[in-house]
Design a protein around this ligand. Structure first.
Ligand code: AMP
Length: 284
């Protein structure tokens, strides 16, 4: 595995791989790697790509009162994990390398950025698409791999590619979970043992909702009420619980097409998100 910190070296390497006839797969991350990140690399490798992983904690996507400064970082550990899973090039730019001067031109997401996670994180998705666009330009991947764990992000990046004609296919990969169902996340690191125990109520509530929908409950309101009650009883503070169309992220009243139930909760100071498929063809 090669590690580079500059855009120039990155471009040189990807150009050489292309000349050698390889396709390139990109896995963008903020590091503090776990099995969820590694599953994206495995999928990229399975598809035969030369795999670029980026590790960059992107200041543009953090709000002023969010956890940018204390976001967990451990580059030595990440490097070993990336190498072991078969990353070919690890790109670890500094903030100065990515943003040598304050950006004058950025991307802005429309109404999809005002709902779900966007409602409590203003500017977040603008920061995400801006850095992803830069990474797409720097790497020129054939395919880029994103987790369904961040479902709204996945759909927004797919939409960016469609709206702005990026020549890349965005591949969504299933959420990797701990044994008790909690979605893996670098932020799980923040939880103390008691919080960690309580956190498992989130995937449990989503699972229960999926079962109710599979049994025939079609009213979103009923399912959302039950999920909210279950989360509150467990001691979680709700940011949102919402059911939207799988493709268009529009709120649905009746679950008569493929949908996603998405939720964000606070356990103490830590914000956790998760989502699950509901409705026809998606019930598993
Ligand atoms: P992050 O480092 O949290 O920005 O995540 C980098 C990429 O890994 C994003 O595409 C995430 O959706 C994906 N990811 C994070 N956690 C998981 C997980 N538990 N399962 C699958 N993908 C994940």
């Amino acid at each position: 595995m090669i590690r580079v910190e500059t855009s120039a070296e990155l471009r040189e390497w990807t150009a050489a791989r292309r000349r050698a006839g390889d396709t390139v797969g990109l896995v963008p991350t903020m590091g503090y790697l776990h099995e969820g990140h590694l599953s994206l690399v495995r999928e990229a490798k399975r598809r035969g790509h030369a795999v670029v992983m980026s590790i960059f904690v992107n200041p543009l996507q953090f709000g002023p009162n969010e956890d940018y400064d204390r976001y967990p970082r451990d580059l030595d550990r990440d490097r070993a994990l990336a190498e072991r899973v078969g990353v070919d090039l690890l790109f670890t730019p500094s903030v100065e390398e990515m943003y040598p001067e304050p950006l004058q031109v950025t991307l802005r997401v429309g109404s999809w950025a005002d709902r779900l996670c966007g409602a409590s994180r203003p500017g977040h998705f603008d920061g995400v698409v801006t850095v992803v666009a830069k990474l797409f330009h720097l790497v020129g991947p054939d395919e880029a791999f994103f987790g369904e764990k961040d479902f709204q992000q996945l759909r927004i990046v797919q939409r960016m590619v469609r709206d702005l004609n990026f020549p890349v296919a965005v591949v969504g990969c299933p959420t990797v979970r701990e044994e008790d169902g909690l979605a893996m996340s670098s932020r799980n690191q923040y939880l103390n043992p008691e919080e960690r125990r309580i956190a498992s109520a989130l995937p449990r509530a989503l699972r229960a909702a999926q079962e109710r929908a599979a049994e025939g409950e079609r009213r979103s309101r009923t399912i959302i009420d039950q999920v909210e009650q279950q989360l509150r009883t467990a001691g979680l503070v709700i940011d949102y619980v919402s059911i939207v169309g799988e493709e268009d992220l529009e709120p649905v009243e009746t679950i008569d097409r493929p949908c996603r139930l998405l939720a964000a909760v606070y356990v103490g100071k830590t914000r956790l998100i998760d989502n699950i498929a509901l409705g026809p063809e998606k019930e598993r």
